[in-house]
Design a protein around this ligand. Structure first.
Ligand SMILES: [Zn+2]
Length: 344
């Protein structure tokens, strides 16, 4: 069928994104054709676009890892759980279900998994082909809100509950607390009963971060912010950090950790090679724990909690497909409060 998609034919700046007419094959066995209702723009999209992601793409390519859609056609409809008109999210990481990681409870690091917008065409389009295995039913929430859930909130859940085993009363520090993963981490930590300190670069985001559940908000516009964080915990330091900024943020957050504290690394757009003081690490038995994407049950859990009103994804701005380049500029500006979303 003919449809439209934001196609990129080479790596580069925002100018490589073009809305074009494209041809999609009919869905094969194990596939559905979705009409895209909304797709979130993630930092990773920007890095895939300009080559910083270190993930190879096959051109022409269509970005879009976090999408909500409506089933238009099912490849093999006999006995299928899905039918035309169903509203679904597509998992950003569809695990293989067979490898060692999938069989031992770590499907989020399945190396044979399939990711829309990386291994195949993603959701910056009016229609997309998707594997049936990656579909999940969605609650009755606005499509922009649903598109803002799987990656940010699913990853926040994995970081705080699986990697850091957060418990009631823990101090949790969240850099970039007004952004996508940041505001999700503040909400997930507060829901777990943690005491949350949000870090922001601009005072304009402070009220929003507090509304997400942060007890304190600290500005990172001076070098003394790690001491300020430590002061808020009576000198002890924080138990958990959900670090996804990198660079100076990583170094400052490590300095703000309490003994036996856990720094979860879930990204590093602001600097991929921060300095690590190994003396601080072994003397205080610090843990640095990477987190890659999210398991299907993490996405299911945050969908349920959003349906119950206990998690509230914030949508910063909605753009059309024609405005995909503007949406990328908005994410790159770091001015966004919550998630940037495209609605075809
Ligand atoms: Zn697997």
């Amino acid at each position: 069928m003919r449809t439209q998609a934001v196609v990129m034919r080479e790596l580069g700046d925002e100018s490589v994104l073009h809305l074009e007419d494209v041809e999609l094959a009919a869905p094969g066995p194990g596939e559905v054709l979705l009409r895209v209702l909304a797709v979130a723009v993630n930092h990773l999209d920007l890095e895939l676009r300009d080559g910083r992601s270190r993930m190879p793409l096959t051109f022409p390519h269509v970005l879009g890892r976090e999408l909500v859609g409506e089933v238009v056609e099912v490849g093999d409809p006999a006995g299928s759980e899905w039918s035309a008109g169903d509203r679904v999210v597509l998992l950003p990481h569809v695990p293989c279900g067979r490898c060692r990681h999938c069989l031992t409870g770590s499907a989020n690091i399945c190396l044979a998994g399939w990711m829309p917008g990386i291994h195949g065409w993603g959701g910056y389009a009016r229609h997309v082909l998707a594997p049936v295995r990656g579909l999940r039913h969605v609650p009755d929430l606005p499509v922009e809100v649903l598109a803002a859930l799987p990656i940010s909130f699913g990853t926040a859940w994995r970081a705080l509950h699986s990697a850091a085993s957060v418990v009631t009363g823990d101090w949790v520090l969240v850099p970039g607390a007004g952004g996508g993963l940041g505001h999700a981490s503040v909400q997930v930590a507060a829901l777990a009963g943690a005491r949350v300190i949000g870090l922001v670069r601009s005072a304009a985001k402070a009220d929003f971060v507090k509304a997400c559940g942060a007890e304190h908000v600290v500005l990172t516009d001076t070098d003394g912010w790690p001491d300020e964080v430590r002061g808020l915990t009576d000198g002890r330091g924080v138990d958990v950090v959900v670090e996804h900024v990198g660079g100076d943020s990583f170094e400052g957050c490590l300095a703000a950790l309490a003994p036996r504290g856990t720094l979860v690394v879930a990204g590093g757009h602001g600097g991929e090679h921060p300095r690590l003081d190994v003396i601080e690490v072994f003397r205080n038995e610090l843990r640095v724990h990477g987190v890659r994407s999210q398991r299907p049950d993490d996405v299911e859990r945050v969908l349920d909690l959003a349906a119950a009103g206990r998690l509230r994804p914030q949508v910063d701005q909605v753009f059309s497909l024609e405005q995909a380049a503007d949406a990328h500029r908005r994410v790159a500006s770091r001015q966004a409060v919550g998630k940037v979303v495209l609605v075809p």
